[in-house]
Structures are given as C-alpha cells and as structure tokens.
Design a protein around this ligand. Structure first.
Ligand code: CTP
Ligand code: MG
Length: 407
C-alpha cells in the first residue's frame, strides 16, 4: 500500500464478459483454473502487488452475477463490485465511476481474464506511472510473422503483404494511467476501443511501454485454460496455498448484570452485540460492557497474534476508554488488516438467559459485520440454570475468528 492518502492507486477489473470464445458455460471470469475462479486469481494478483489500494470489479450485470462475484471475493479487500456493461469499455467506465472522488490519482485497468499476471508486472506498471508516465502499457514482442489480408471477392482470402513485426508489440494489461487522463479519455470516447490506452491515444496523448510477461496472457480460448492450469502447476502449491492457510483465534469476555442496587444508584441500559435492548437492565463495566463485541475483538487479535483487548486498548491507550464495543471492533479489524491479514469471518456465541438473541440476530449480525468488514455470525446458548450465566447474574461471549495472511 502507498503511504500518502493523496497517492492511492485504484485497479478497475472488467469481468463482465460472457467469454463466447471459451465456449458454453458460466461467464468467463467465474470459470475456474486450479480450482478457483479466474476473477479470484486476478484480484488476488492485484492485491499481492502491494501497490493497489482499491479494486473495483465490473461484474456480469445480472443480480446473480453481482452476487456471485461478491461471494467469490468475500474476505478480499478493499474491493468494490459494480454491475458491468454491454461492452468492455462500458464496464471500465462503470467501474471508473465507482472510484471515490478523492485520494486516487493512479488508475489501473486490468482484464479479469489475465488472471495469472505476476504481481511484479502489476507493480512495475504502477511504478512507471508514479515515476512520470501519464499512461503506460505492458507489451511483448510479436513472435509470429504477421501478414495483412486481401479479402477474396469470390474465393478464399490471400496475403496482402508481410508486416514488419519488429515494429509491432502485443499489448497486455494492467494498463496504468493518471486518473485524470483516463477519465478524460473515457469522457471523450467516440468509438468502442478494445483497450483503454486506445482511448488515450485518440486524445493525441502519448502512451509509454514497459515489458509485459508471458504469464499475463488473456484466457480467451479453451487452450488457454490448459495453459493456465499448467502455469499454476509449475508455480507449485505454495503460491496459491499462501492465501488459503487460515489462522484461527479465540476470544472470551464476561460482564455481570447490574443488580437492583446498582440500578438505584445509576440507570444502566443494556448494550449487546452492537444493539440497544430497551427495557433490559445492562451489564456492568467501564465501557459499554458489550461482551459480544469484546469477545470478537479478542478473537481477532488472537488470530492475528496481536495480543488481546487489554494489550490493545488498555490503560496505556486512554483514547479508547469508554469507547462503544462496535468502535473497538472496527479498530481491532483495522489493526488486524494493517498487520497483513485478510479477515475471513468472526463467529460469536453469547451464553446467558437473556436477552433473546434469535429475533434480533440478523440486525445484530449486520451491525457487527459492518464494524468488522467481514461476515459475523451470532448465536446464543443457555446453561440449564447452572453457574452465573444460568442464574442470570451475567453474560459470557465466546468468539472465534478466521484470518488469512496476505503474504
Ligand atoms: N468484459 C467486460 N464487459 C464486457 C465484455 C468484456 O467487463 N461487456 C471484460 C471481460 O470479462 C474480460 C475483459 O473484458 O475480463 C477482456 O475481454 P474478453 O477477453 O474479450 O472477454 P469476453 O468478452 O468475456 O470474451 P469473448 O470476447 O470471447 O466473449
Ligand atoms: Mg470480448
């Protein structure tokens, strides 16, 4: 990630195409290589480059297409998903429109279909723009002899002439642009170009070149699927396994319910799972005593090896004193990501007699998921009258979290 808030890079990923040349089946970006969707490989490559601060995916435009893309990319972030358009160019324009107005000064456009582009190539494109080229494309020399075609009027086509291939380059993605230039090129686009540099060229602006990579080929025909499988095989299991080895964490928190006497001194409303519970007496604690949010924080810190609630928000960090549980949870998630982890999910079980979680489970899960930026599951259990939870003297929250190291 880049340090400055003003120098961020967004990557647009057109992934809305049908993949007609690949033959019948799901939209191309959702087809799998190495057991995982083409789109997942592409987005992961962008994030692994360490130079991309936001990915915007233009998904197959149906509701199912958008939902499926969201599902595939769960846990990867920061990622936005928008419905794509009828042409690649429209898909790119729609993704560009979703990039926040401020902060992003460099934009990449990267075909989902170039799923195996090495992160190093992606990083080189960003570096080339950051070091002064307003537009840049990765290119490869052309290997085949190239001939122009004379279309046969009545018979088969014949050769027009042999084109000097030394002056030709095959162009790949990601293509990198100063954001302002790409926006201007799309606003002025009078034709449907097959790449974004083409639109910039139409403005009369120059486009730089850097070396591309053979593994940045576009999955277009069934043969490319075979090629992609063998590239993945040659890379070996470590490269793809890196993201898929999960780390689990555990967290607990306990607070006592306010007694009649406590409540006579001071009213104490109940805060639990990020929600207010009107009419219920609350839990005692310096903070809002939200055992669900606190257990979730502990689990996240545990999974990432970052200690626990006390070591993160203890007395040496007074700015967090009295902060609501959901604020602590959002900060815990931020710290876990800053330490280099993607958050898979968090699951919390609350143990106690009251309140009844079931009727408000969805509401609570939505509030907690918003704080974490990943799915949060909430469940509840009683203890058959046993112990302090069984006697309704307090509540216990127990949580697990799953995170994935990014590198
Ligand atoms: N693309 C897109 N929106 C479209 C068409 C294409 O976002 N309306 C994307 C594709 O998903 C792909 C990239 O643009 O990642 C490059 O296009 P291409 O390889 O041609 O993909 P498809 O259009 O899906 O394939 P085909 O032309 O064989 O149908
Ligand atoms: Mg196409």
């Amino acid at each position: 990630m880049t340090d400055s808030a003003l120098a961020r890079t967004a990557a647009l990923v057109p992934a809305a195409g049908r993949g007609e040349r690949l033959g019948p089946g799901a939209p191309k970006a959702l087809r799998t290589i190495g057991g995982e969707p083409i789109l997942l490989h592409a987005v992961r490559g962008l994030l692994e480059s360490g130079r991309v601060d936001l990915v915007v995916v233009a998904a197959p435009p149906s509701d199912e297409g958008v939902a499926e893309v969201r599902r595939i990319l769960t846990g990867l972030e920061p990622v936005l998903v928008v419905p794509g358009g009828a042409s690649r160019q429209q898909s790119v324009a729609l993704a560009l429109a979703a990039v926040p107005e401020d902060g992003y000064d460099v934009v990449l456009v990267h075909d989902a279909a170039r799923a195996l582009t090495p992160p190093e190539t992606i990083a080189s494109v960003v570096e080339a723009v950051r070091s002064g080229l307003p537009a840049v494309v990765p290119v490869l020399p052309v290997a085949d002899t190239i001939k122009s075609v004379l279309v046969g009027e009545d018979g088969p086509d014949t050769v027009g002439r042999t084109v000097d291939r030394s002056g030709l380059r095959a162009v790949q993605t990601p293509q990198g642009f100063r954001r302002e230039l790409l926006a201007r090129a799309h606003a002025a686009a009078g034709h449907d170009a097959t790449d974004d540099a083409g639109l910039v060229e139409s403005l009369g602006e120059s486009v730089g070149m850097i070396p591309g990579h053979v593994e940045a080929f576009k999955v277009t025909t069934p043969f490319d699927l075979v090629l992609a499988e063998s590239v993945l095989e040659r890379r070996g299991p470590r490269r793809s396994a890196r993201m898929s080895v999960p780390l689990v964490g555990i967290g607990v928190d306990v607070h006592a319910f306010a007694t009649e006497r406590d409540l006579e001194l001071e009213p104490r409303p109940l805060r639990l799972a990020g929600l207010d519970w009107p009419g219920q007496s609350g839990l005692l604690g310096h903070s809002d005593a939200d055992v669900v949010a606190h257990a979730a924080c502990n689990a996240l810190f545990s999974a990432a090896g970052l200690g626990d609630l006390g070591s993160n928000f203890g007395t040496d960090q007074p700015e967090w004193k009295g902060a609501p549980g959901t604020v602590l949870l959002a900060e815990a998630a931020r710290r876990v990501r800053a330490a280099g982890y993607v958050i898979g999910n968090v699951a919390v079980q609350v143990i106690g007699v009251r309140p009844k979680i079931g009727p408000r489970r969805a509401e609570a899960e939505a509030v907690l998921a918003e704080a974490v930026g990943a799915p949060v599951r909430l469940s509840a259990a009683t203890t058959d009258g046993l112990g302090f939870t069984g006697r309704a003297e307090g509540l216990t929250g127990i949580a697990t979290a799953v995170v994935f190291p990014v590198d």
